[in-house]
Design a protein. Structure first.
Length: 131
């Protein structure tokens, strides 16, 4: 992605990642594009949140992601695999009108990851993921 002058913005400008606590859960909010350049930052942020959370839930909010490429999908898979030994599975928030759900469905990851419609749904103690 470049602007009109051909300048390619730094990864920090393409993807913003923030963490916050919501009770005992950690919410990782991702805004922007997850591609080959930015996927390592996503994986590092989610891995850090999983490590710090211990046995508490980690929610990854992708509802403001405008692009999710194959490197981003791989980062989510890597995070989910690293998460397998935890009591609380990784919870991923997607919005069906956004460009995130399509690549997840096309690759079958919607059947592997625990997807939710909102952060509020994902934070519910006994929340059921999307079917």
């Amino acid at each position: 992605m470049s602007d009109r002058s051909g300048h390619v913005p730094a990864a920090e400008q393409i993807l913003l990642i923030s963490h916050r606590q919501a009770g005992e859960a950690t919410v990782v909010t991702v805004v922007g594009e997850v591609d080959l350049l930015t996927a390592p930052r996503l994986l590092a942020a989610v891995s850090d949140a999983l490590e710090r959370a211990g046995s508490h839930p980690v929610v990854v909010d992708l509802s403001e992601v405008s692009f999710l490429g194959s490197a981003g999908l791989a980062a989510l898979v890597d995070a989910a695999v690293a998460d397998e030994g935890r009591r609380e599975p990784l919870r991923v928030v997607v919005d069906h009108t956004r460009p995130v759900i399509r690549p997840l469905e096309a690759t079958g990851l919607d059947q592997v990851l625990q997807l939710y419609r909102s952060v509020e749904d994902a934070l519910e103690p006994r929340a059921d993921p999307l079917p």
